[in-house]
Design a protein around this ligand. Sequence first.
Ligand code: KG4
Ligand code: ZN
Length: 350
Amino acid sequence: MSYFEDAQKKYEQLKHKENVLILSVESSCDETSIALVENGRRVLSNIVSSQIDIHKLYGGVVPEIASRNHIKNITGVLDEALLKANKTLDDIDAVAVTYGAGLIGALLVGVNFAKTLAYALKVPLIAVSHVHGHIGANYISHAELTPPFLCLMVSGGHTAIVEVKDYCDFNLLGTTVDDSVGECFDKVARVLGLSYPGGPNIDRLAKEGKNTVKFNYKTPLKDTLNFSFSGLKTAVVNYVHNCEQKGADFSKADVACSFQELATDELVSKTMTACKNFPKLVVAGGVGANSRLREKLEIACKNNGVKLYLPDLKYCTDNAAMIGAIAYYYMKAGIGLADLSLTASATVSI
Ligand code: KG4
Ligand code: ZN
């Protein structure tokens, strides 16, 4: 029997196994991460080796450097993940990996590593969408959470409002027509001279500022659930450049605060419009760690009788546990099983 025929049989059998242990691999950007997750909910280990200090020197992620560091780190991350979970490779029922979206070179490291592991262990290989993984993070943080629900997806790569009809049934209600909100945070941080990654630094600096700066900006795309963030990004960049050219004094903290208010208002107002028919709202992705966004959503959901689910901060940004969580539901739904021809994809659709 070939590797894949055997994997197909085992994948089907896993649906009926009481405890399913998935080893998951995530390397789509600048975090090398491996986790062991049981039944999509219980994290036995989640090791994240961050390259932030390296990429900080260049003001953003350098794809080639990210790939090289994934190669350097990945076996050590595997050893640590197994040790922390107190498991051996023989305990693993399936290997899951992010195949997209992300940086091709970075993704390929994880994909090839996972393929090798799955083949050597003779276990199924599950190809997981990174975007679905971000939603899956919530199944770890909230043991009682089940679909259907509405999801606000806010990461460096995506900004979207998604109807999650079932664990593996997604319906895109709105998306950005240009930049993602994460890109916008990162660009504004850069123009303010804040270090990479920009989002958390804007969040921190905004706490010291006031919402007093008026940018030359009008909220676009009023009657739709689609977003546009490039206009806001340009307005903030122009404001800072104008001040610098004129030698005018300005407060970076006030700019950060005023920008963050506009960006989060936009996210919250569209999400609450979309939420009218949904009693449950789930947040996913790195920008979901933003303290002001979390605060505003808490208030808006309370006022509108919507139950809000925010992922734990450590599961907002990239990690392998979220990939292992959603991979379990892929398995239950009978989707995602990959053969050894699996390759990486720079983009994925929701
Ligand atoms: O989900 P993520 O880790 O990676 C992608 O899948 O893209 O998201 C990364 C994005 C970056 O743009 C980063 O600046 C932003 O999430 N981010 C934040 C915060 N923490 C991370 N943005 C605003 N406030 C934060 N606290
Ligand atoms: Zn991500």
